[in-house]
Design a protein around this ligand. Structure first.
Ligand SMILES: [Zn+2]
Length: 150
């Protein structure tokens, strides 16, 4: 832990970018308990509240040439349906059944492939249009590679 020094606080709206900073050129204690939360944040919050008081709720417009896409978390490329699933080998549940007169042991259960969803396998991001191709780790022709990648 270093000395309590205020850190810059920044914020932006579609119409205003603002930041405040308290401190010295060289690392130095500015006051007891002089953390950002006690120095910069109150000043920044007061300014932003007043500066945006008359603004309507708004959101950033996506610039031309940029698009929102869904990306594969493993490859960072455009997600395909296959990115959301993985295949596990599972032994099917068996039910004991009474048989009459058979001396043959039951065959051992055979694992079968089961597709299971992968939580958080994909995420949304803004990218330059056309800059990202489809996932090469997953998909119908990449199933074997995908299993090793997980
Ligand atoms: Zn993928």
């Amino acid at each position: 832990m270093g000395l309590p020094r205020a850190r810059p606080q920044r914020s932006r709206t579609p119409h205003l970018v603002a930041g405040v900073w308290f401190g010295f050129d060289a690392p130095s204690k500015i006051m007891n308990e002089g953390f950002a939360a006690t120095v910069a944040v109150p000043a920044w919050a007061t300014f932003m509240r007043q500066a945006t008081a008359k603004d309507k709720p708004d959101w950033f417009k996506v610039p031309a040439g940029v698009q929102k896409v869904t990306l594969c978390r493993l490859s960072g490329q455009l997600a395909t349906d296959e990115c959301r699933w993985r295949t596990e080998m599972r032994v099917p549940q068996t039910i004991a059944v009474a048989t009459t007169g058979s001396l043959e042991p039951a065959p051992p259960p055979v694992p079968v492939p089961v597709r299971v969803p992968v939580p958080d396998a994909v995420y949304e991001e803004y990218v330059v249009s056309g800059s990202v191709g489809p996932c090469t780790l997953h998909g119908p022709h990449a199933a074997v590679k995908a299993e090793f990648a997980r």
